[in-house]
Ligand binder design. Structure first.
Ligand code: GDP
Length: 203
């Protein structure tokens, strides 16, 4: 998929205020600092479409971007940042949960995880939440350039094996590096194919 246009539409904390336009929507979420802003910028070939987080936990908003006038990319707040107060975290969770429960045009969620790490409790809990709410998701391994290729393969194989302790089958997985652009073509091809698959539901 060639990215012709990528426009910021709106930021808010309320699913009822998200854009009304019926377009297939893809949400990006993960722990703070996982590389979400960098990945979005890399995919869109824009330097600062998503803000590279100076202060993790600061950008607690649902951010909609319209891509090629065909689909929405949604940048969701990073979760699991220790310095956000408990009260704020609870509020964050409820508006995020509302978003997932109510946003009908959401076709796929991408859960970002750092290629170097084993499955983290907070990510597993979040995937479980998605599963319970029947929200399709894929896992995006970020910062792949930080490991050499054999270590990377080993780590990802082990991650998948551990996931099978919780899931009967594995979700789609993508390996990416925002520094090198690795994984970009395959990732965008996936979105393009899903857009084609769901086109009749969005007429
Ligand atoms: P966010 O909080 O999830 O939006 O994460 P950011 O995109 O702000 O990235 C967090 C840090 O990781 C920044 O210092 C980035 O430069 C770095 N980073 C993000 N993606 C990559 C990557 O693919 N490779 C490397 N080497 N560093 C990355």
């Amino acid at each position: 998929m060639k990215i012709k246009t990528a426009e910021f539409v709106i930021s808010n904390t309320n699913v009822t205020k998200c854009p009304k336009e019926r377009l297939p929507e893809y949400a990006f979420i993960g722990r703070s600092n996982v590389g979400k802003s960098s990945l979005i910028n890399m995919l869109m070939e824009r330097k600062d479409l998503a803000k590279i987080s100076g202060k993790p936990g600061k950008t607690q908003l649902i951010n909609h971007f319209k891509i090629n006038n065909e689909w929405f990319l949604v940048d969701l707040p990073g979760y699991g940042y220790a310095k956000v107060s408990k009260k704020k975290r609870a509020k964050f969770q409820s508006f995020i949960e509302n978003y997932f429960r109510e946003r009908e045009q959401l076709v796929c969620t991408f859960v970002l995880v750092d290629s170097r790490h084993d499955p983290q409790k907070i990510d597993l809990e979040f995937m479980q939440f998605l599963g319970e709410n029947r929200i399709p998701f894929g896992i995006v391994f970020t910062k792949a350039d930080k490991l050499g290729s054999s270590k990377l393969n080993k780590q990802i194989t082990s991650y998948k094996k551990k996931l099978l302790n919780y899931w009967e089958s594995l979700p789609m997985t993508f390996i990416t590096s925002s520094s090198s652009g690795f994984g970009r073509t395959e990732f965008l091809k996936f979105i393009e194919e899903v857009n084609e698959d769901v086109a009749s539901d969005f007429k």
